[in-house]
Design a protein around this ligand. Sequence first.
Ligand SMILES: [Fe+2]
Length: 326
Amino acid sequence: MSKVFRVPVAPARGGATTAPRTPPPTTATRRCGIVAGCLSPHPPHLIYAENPPQNEPRSTGGWETLRWAYERLRTRIREVHKPDVLIVHAPHWITMVGHHVNCVPNPRGTSVEPIFPHLFRYHYDFRTDVELGEAIAEEANGLGLVTRTLHDPRVRVDYATIGALHLANPAWDIPVVSLSANNNPYFYSDASLEEMEVLGEATRRAVEATGRRAVLLASNSLSHLHWHEEPELPEDMEREHPYNNHQYRWDMKLLEAIRRGPTAPLRELIPEHIEATASETKAGSLTWMLAAMGWPKVAGDVLGYGTIIGTGNAVVEWVPEGDHHG
Ligand SMILES: [Fe+2]
């Protein structure tokens, strides 16, 4: 089933590598490539709790430990990684056939969370790195993934894309490439993590061919069972705790393996964690990101963990070998 949206690669093409493009002149003294990967979950509650000017609803706060983790991540992105582009894979831009890449130069509009519209009505306005987006689609097609570029300026950007991007960089001053999630995994339980390996490889090749310095964002929560009743005050932290101990223990099992490193054992552990906890990583964002980084032989830095309406959420940063900061 996992081959449904893959087609044979034409042998005459001689490999899928994008023709080298002229790197931007500033890259001469900087390392190009993927300089960090971040697990960056998108629950709308985190943005609601921050009260940024772009979001209409107002709150009294809440979920501080996760928001402080994101603050530390922002500092690292801004002061250490200094990327040319943020590339995000998000599970709520669902495409039925294959993978899509948003290549609209300046998406603008309002993103509304359909289940929590009272928490998230967010006005976005950002820049896309169109050249890189097109290169990723070209590489992915070359590797046999059915992939399309999206050019319709009326696109409504989903809240998982906006959520991860805002939380990682609320200034929105870094160009973006956003990738859709093929919904195959929701129908074929063992499919598509394999596809994510290919999409990751395509992403890496395109980043290198275009001479970009990229940070990747995997917009996924972990354990994903959640409450069905909301407190009168949504940010009432008395009501916030893990859905149950089984979900929590499995999140800890995954995070302990992440903290221990290297990442290779996660290839088996991620599907087990999905099976045990209905993890949102089933949508493939985390696997895409680690595959793009070549399953680096490093530990991930868990900056924070917390629950949101019972779901498990962790902010984690991986820095490839040789790029470590103090
Ligand atoms: Fe989600």
